[in-house]
Design a protein. Structure first.
Length: 194
């Protein structure tokens, strides 16, 4: 009986399942903490995004000087300088940065949600109702952010961070349990195939 390459990967993973379980539990705990400290998590998220913009701006400026002979050097230099300036602006004014990021997400969710509804209704692919449902929920999220702004700027990014950490952590917990369970059941079969 042939075994899949995935089975061999799970065999390697089996020895580290405990580490993934611990990582998952830690991420879930951090997500719960983010829920309890939503404004602080929002500010921390904004500061991280601001510093990432600064670092990416510096890297783009360095890149612009490394490729001096190319015609797009000016665009890279301007993009890098703008990245550094906007990143420093966000880092030095994190509340204004949180408000701006929230408006950006509100716009994105509203436009993408409407696009999904229209595309799904027009294309009518199999089970297109789920895409419409996704579009409606996404549009409603965008509208909630718009209608509750500026207050949504104080909670949304921290709330999204908490949700993301909890879901990612839970995924690691389930993956580690699945790997351990699969190897308990399929372990002897994999050993014979190797």
């Amino acid at each position: 009986m042939a075994t899949s390459p995935l089975s061999f990967e799970f065999e390697k993973f089996h020895h580290r399942w405990g580490w993934y379980l611990a990582l998952g539990i830690a991420l879930v705990i951090l997500g719960v903490i983010a829920f309890f400290l939503v404004p602080a998590a929002t500010l921390a998220t904004v500061l991280v995004l601001g510093w990432l913009m600064v670092i990416s701006g510096v890297i783009e400026c360095v890149y612009a000087f490394r490729v001096r002979g190319w015609g797009g050097v000016f665009l890279h230099l301007v993009g890098g300088i703008l990245g550094v300036l906007v990143g420093l602006l966000v880092v030095t004014h994190p509340i204004a940065g949180a408000l701006a990021w929230t408006l950006l997400f509100a716009s994105f969710f509203t436009v993408i949600g409407i696009f999904r509804i229209v595309a799904a209704a027009k294309l009518k692919f199999p089970l297109w109702g789920w895409a419409v449902f996704d579009g409606v929920v996404t549009t409603l999220l965008g509208l909630v952010l718009w209608l509750s702004w500026p207050w949504s700027g104080l909670w949304f990014l921290g709330f999204a961070l908490g949700v993301s950490l909890i879901l990612r952590g839970w995924s690691y917990v389930m993956l580690s349990i699945a790997a351990r369970t699969l190897l308990a059941v399929k372990g002897p079969e994999i050993q014979r195939a190797a």
